[in-house]
Design a protein around this ligand. Structure first.
Ligand code: VGL
Ligand code: ZN
Length: 237
């Protein structure tokens, strides 16, 4: 869609007229009390220098700090694994990170050890500045089941309670930001749709891992599920 209209003169010269703020699409979304920001896994392990570092992962932090000011409801998540977690390559002899295995609940990508409960790597970035966040959800704590999603574990049935919490708070719309776009952000966004929330992913407030085409697939899956892809500049301060 165009956010600016072009007016052409009949003499072939072109005049570009930028119409006033009322016609601009910039900052067109104003979060209200029925909106919540979900800040996914902005943890040291996923930041530069971490064991499962997402490229440019640290660049999401100032963007998230800025947009969080527009939300009365903010939920933070932490990936929170046991040592020897089923998603770690080191748990499976002969397996390397980024290989996949079949588990009772489906295909599992194997990862470097990351976000072990209580470790510095599992801590939220010290540069996150969202003092008004109301809830921290920890997920992936079941040794035998991964949980990319903030809503439902990878078995497809065990809930974290997040949907019920949001509904009890009368939230109807969720906005997702954080790491990684193609895993925990995407799975959370898809589950948000399943729970009937209007769902937005703030693209420039996320970064992806992108292994084996995962980033393009995640955007395609999210689009098919009705997830809206927006930029932080679409959100009014
Ligand atoms: C994540 C891989 C493994 C994520 C968590 O936060 O996207 N990715 N565990
Ligand atoms: Zn994990």
């Amino acid at each position: 869609m165009l956010n600016r209209r072009l007016l052409m003169t009949s003499l072939g010269a072109t005049t570009i007229v930028a119409l006033g703020p009322s016609t601009s699409l910039a900052a067109s979304i104003k979060p209200d009390n029925a909106s919540a920001l979900l800040v996914i896994d902005v943890q040291n392990c996923f930041l530069p220098g971490g064991s499962l570092a997402v490229k440019d992962g640290d660049q999401v932090v100032p963007v998230i700090n800025r947009i969080a000011k527009s939300f009365a409801n903010v939920v933070l998540t932490q990936d929170w694994h046991t040592s020897g977690h089923v998603s770690f390559a080191t748990t499976h002899s002969g397996k390397k990170p980024f290989e996949t295995i079949d588990l009772p609940y489906g295909k599992q990508v194997l990862w470097p050890d990351h976000c072990v409960q209580g470790t510095e790597g599992a801590a939220l970035s010290k540069d996150l500045s969202i003092p008004h966040a109301g809830l921290v959800i920890r997920k992936g704590s079941n040794k035998d089941v991964d949980s990319y999603s903030a809503f439902t574990e990878a078995d497809g049935k065990t809930t974290t309670g997040l949907a019920a919490y949001l509904k009890a708070r009368k939230v109807e719309r969720v906005f997702l930001a954080g790491l990684a776009t193609d895993f925990c952000v995407a799975w959370s966004a898809l589950d948000a749709r399943k729970a009937d929330f209007e769902t937005y992913v703030v693209e420039d407030a996320c970064r992806g891992i992108d292994t084996q085409g995962s980033l393009a697939k995640a955007w395609a899956d999210m689009s098919a599920a009705g997830v809206k892809r927006i930029q932080s500049s679409d959100i009014a301060a």
